[in-house]
Design a protein around this ligand. Structure first.
Ligand code: SF4
Length: 325
């Protein structure tokens, strides 16, 4: 343990070397690190945890080759493929967000680019959702042109998710059909249009710890409203199906989440994919850094997954944040 945890991380930001110290933190001293991180979490987020649900708005048939993704052109995973989810499905999920007071409705659309007609059609959907329930909407929607971004902003999309996924130098190992720089430029453009930004990454792609540090340093420069951290779940049929994830111990995952909180203390830090696998039984420690999660299994009838997710939060001694209260 080399880093002074009493230091004010907001006025004296972490260097790369110090970020690596966090990732290499001795597991036996993890409680001390979590205590320091919890002070920042408490300052900005109190004891509350926000829940989001994700609707797959467009599925499969992507032209890109992101190695972790079941929807990529390289993947043989058996998944549903469709161009645009029926409006009624989107509206049903949106009503669930409203009824349960969830933080927001995330809508993910596969693919890297969209025609203007596709954006117009989707914008019509968004307008109707906003009129019906007025929930906070976040879209993951590839690379937009500035005009397309403006259309979606005008329709009511509040936030755009666009992940950097890994460090700039490691990115070519996981995708060669577009570049990290294109992702970063797209985020910058959308931020300039006034969107809130959700930007995170995936840990466990075969990267070195220095890549995780670099990723989070880049995210700090963007200063997004939310930072989703995914821990790789190797999917059958994808190039990463046999990826070794044995180093994704609960302790390592907690250190990554602590580093994210120290880097961008005021942002939502979301533990996304992999939470139920790598951090099962460690939720109390996880919530010392994290203030946002996805509902798991929310697609089951009656929103049972949302209720289960609320229980995970309250059992861990935290509060489920109801929007609008
Ligand atoms: S661009 Fe998105 S949908 Fe397409 S392969 Fe990459 S992650 Fe998957």
């Amino acid at each position: 343990m080399r880093l002074d945890l009493k230091r004010d991380f907001e006025t004296v930001p972490l260097t790369k070397e110090e970020a690596l110290d966090i990732l290499d933190w001795d597991d036996r001293d993890l409680p001390t690190l979590l205590d320091a991180v919890y002070k920042l979490r408490k300052k900005y987020k109190g004891n509350t945890v926000g829940i989001q649900i994700l609707t797959n708005g467009r599925s499969g048939n992507c032209s890109q080759n992101c190695a972790y993704c079941a929807q990529s052109r390289e993947s043989s995973a058996e998944i549903d493929t469709y161009r645009l989810v029926p409006y009624e499905k989107l509206a049903r999920d949106d009503r669930l967000v409203k009824e349960k007071g969830l933080a927001r409705h995330c809508i993910g659309l596969s693919g890297i680019s969209f025609t203007d007609e596709e954006i117009d059609e989707f914008a019509t959907y968004v307008r109707s959702l906003k009129k019906e329930s007025g929930t906070h909407i976040c879209c993951s929607i590839g690379f937009l042109t500035a005009d397309q971004g403006r259309k979606l902003k005008e329709a009511g999309v509040n936030r755009i998710n666009h992940n950097l996924n890994s460090s700039r130098s490691y990115y070519p190992q996981i995708c060669t059909t577009h570049t990290w720089d294109e992702r970063a430029a797209n985020i910058k453009m959308l931020q300039g249009l006034g969107f809130e930004i959700c930007c995170g990454g995936i840990v466990g792609l075969g990267e070195a710890r220095a890549d995780v540090a670099d990723l989070l340093l880049s995210i700090r420069e963007i200063n997004p409203q939310s930072v989703p951290i995914n821990f790789l779940l190797p999917l059958k049929g994808t190039p990463l199906e046999s990826q070794d994830t044995s180093f994704l111990t609960a302790e390592y995952c907690l250190k990554v989440l602590c580093l994210a909180r120290l880097m961008v203390p005021a942002s939502d830090i979301r533990c996304a994919a992999g939470r139920e696998v790598y951090l099962k039984g460690r939720e109390r420690q996880m919530f010392m850094a994290v203030d946002s999660i996805f509902a798991s299994g929310y697609l089951t009838a009656g929103g049972q997954g949302v209720d289960d997710t609320i229980k995970v939060i309250t059992d861990a001694g935290f509060e489920y944040m109801v929007e609008g209260t």
